[in-house]
Design a protein around this ligand. Structure first.
Ligand code: NAD
Ligand code: UGA
Length: 461
């Protein structure tokens, strides 16, 4: 089936960038990205490309090229469902907060609502593409909802999980390691798979487009995230062992990463991984394993999250201990709030949890981040701290305006600009004794110590 009209439900961090690239590379296909959040759609349509709701290097250039030509953003969900041949479901799938599976299972209420709406509105045959990350066999549930609410049209379901990472999303979409498409092993199923393969083939080499059955595709997505997060927790757990033994985690990481069987990616120690997906996807995997009675498997994967929390807590404790032992003013400048560099996304950022630990110990914090707004920081903290008092947190637009007020700077995000700061000048102005807690090991510890700072990194002297 030749696709002429695509609708994508969900204009978030995945829907927006993914559809922008699909539209850019397929000028003959109309791509309508729809969302029930009118403010978000307004922001996607804003003339000033700096106001797009997602910050991603390279995104505004692609939006500029395709928007208004064959890429459109709209709140009219029904109209675009009806007019399309292919519908991507790219809505959020957060961890369930109540009911069966609370705290672990993925909440599929948004996915299910989309399926119901598609069934109710559709008058012609459609291919439904699961873009959201979902538990294995969700495609079956979607099929059930579609077929029980509309028997007049044919729906083919595909799984096409997204592997982009924020901050490098445009590059990841432009040159993906692989595109994964799962579908039914029937004539109609194969035809649907081919329609999606054709769309990606506009720019992705055919050998990088992998087709599988639906459930393998769904489970591969959860597995990929679990493997990536597992490497971070492994290296983070060893950073603590380095501190205890005098080994240096940067040296260990380099040494093992040069083994081609291990590889060097995702071996950077940190104050803990964040982002909207690693935690929720591992919780989901743990839930699925436990539901199948596989407790040992569930415990194995759950340990990744236990280490991640431990890393955030022990980093916080290092700061708290220094304040107490040295009798310093309980105030810290946090540099970085985003969960990684080059994104404005703060979901599950380690900074939130460290800030929360500091606030719970009556330590005041000032926060600077080049891409995160003050209201977002307040929102994040009020979510984790029930008695959150705005007055204990100050958002600063220029990080070093009040530098003489602090003894302690904590680096939370690896923004390039932090590495480029003139640390000599900062040292001259900061209150003494001066401490840098490097939650990303991005500064040259020897140089920083030479300047006069007390340097506390992770897993290194
Ligand atoms: P998001 O929260 O940024 O965006 C989801 C959007 O869906 C929101 O704007 C919301 O308003 C909209 N929405 C929800 N229900 C709707 C409905 N019924 N009708 C219309 N709009 C609706 O989420 P995201 O980060 O884009 O993630 C989406 C999915 O992709 C998740 O399953 C996630 O696990 C997965 N994923 C995310 C990333 C990432 O880097 N963020 C990468 C790969 C996969
Ligand atoms: C991750 C995966 O990398 C994507 O493939 C996947 O599509 C996505 O999750 C998803 O499903 O949402 P993302 O969370 O955007 O992407 O960013 P990552 O680069 O994976 O970083 C996640 C967290 O791990 C960040 O906090 C980052 O700072 C941290 N990290 C990463 C480390 O601490 N050390 C590393 O070596 C790498």
């Amino acid at each position: 089936m030749k696709i002429e009209n695509i609708c994508c439900i969900g204009a978030g961090y995945v829907g927006g960038p993914t559809m922008s690239i699909i539209a850019q590379k397929n000028p003959h296909i109309n791509v309508n990205v729809v969302d029930m959040n009118a403010d978000k759609i307004k922001a996607w349509n804003s003339k000033n490309l700096k106001n797009l709701p997602v910050y991603e290097p390279g995104l505004s250039k692609v939006v500029k090229e395709a928007r208004g030509r064959n890429l459109f953003f709209s709140t009219d969900v029904n109209k675009h469902i009806e007019q399309s041949d292919m519908i991507f479901i790219s809505v959020n799938t957060p961890t369930k907060m109540s009911g069966k599976g609370k705290g672990y299972a993925a909440d599929l209420k948004y996915v299910e609502a989309c399926a119901k709406q598609i069934a109710e509105v559709s008058k012609s045959n459609k291919i439904i593409v699961e873009k959201s990350t979902v538990p294995v066999r969700t495609s079956e549930k979607i099929k059930e909802i579609l077929m029980s609410n509309n028997i007049d049209v044919d729906f083919q379901i595909l799984s096409n999980p997204e592997f982009l990472a924020e901050g490098t999303a445009m590059r990841d979409l432009e040159i993906p390691d692989r595109v994964l498409i799962g579908g039914d092993n029937t004539i109609e199923g194969k035809r649907a798979v081919n329609s999606l393969v054709e769309i990606y083939s506009s720019w992705v080499p055919k050998e990088n487009i992998l087709t599988t059955n639906l459930w393998s595709s769904e489970l591969s997505k959860l597995t990929a995230n679990a493997f990536l997060a597992q490497r971070i927790s492994s290296i983070n757990s060893l950073s603590e062992l380095c501190e205890a033994t005098g080994a240096d985690i940067e040296e260990v990481s380099k040494a093992i990463g040069m083994d081609s069987r291990i590889g060097s990616s995702f071996l950077k120690t940190s104050v803990g991984f964040g982002g909207s997906c690693f935690q929720k996807d591992i919780l989901n995997l743990v839930y699925i394993a436990r539901s199948e009675g596989l407790d040992k498997v569930a415990d194995y994967w759950e340990q990744i999250l236990i280490i991640n929390q431990h890393q955030r807590d022990r980093f916080s404790k290092k700061i708290i201990d220094v304040i107490r032992k040295k009798n310093l003013e309980p105030k810290v400048l946090l540099l970085g709030w985003a969960f990684k560099k080059d994104t404005n996304d703060t979901r599950e950022s380690a900074a939130i949890y460290v800030a929360n630990n500091l606030l719970n110990n009556n330590i005041k914090i000032d926060v600077y981040d080049p891409k995160v707004a003050e209201h977002q920081i307040n929102f994040d903290l009020s979510n984790v701290t029930p008695n959150y008092e705005k007055s204990s947190v100050k958002f600063v637009e220029q990080p070093f305006l009040n530098i003489s007020e602090y003894n302690i700077i904590a680096l939370m995000t690896e923004w390039d600009e932090f590495k480029a700061f003139d640390w000599d000048i900062i040292y001259k102005k900061i209150k003494k004794p001066a401490y840098i807690f490097d939650g990303r090991n991005i500064l040259d510890s020897i140089n920083i110590k030479k300047i006069g700072f007390n340097y506390i990194g992770l897993g290194r002297k």
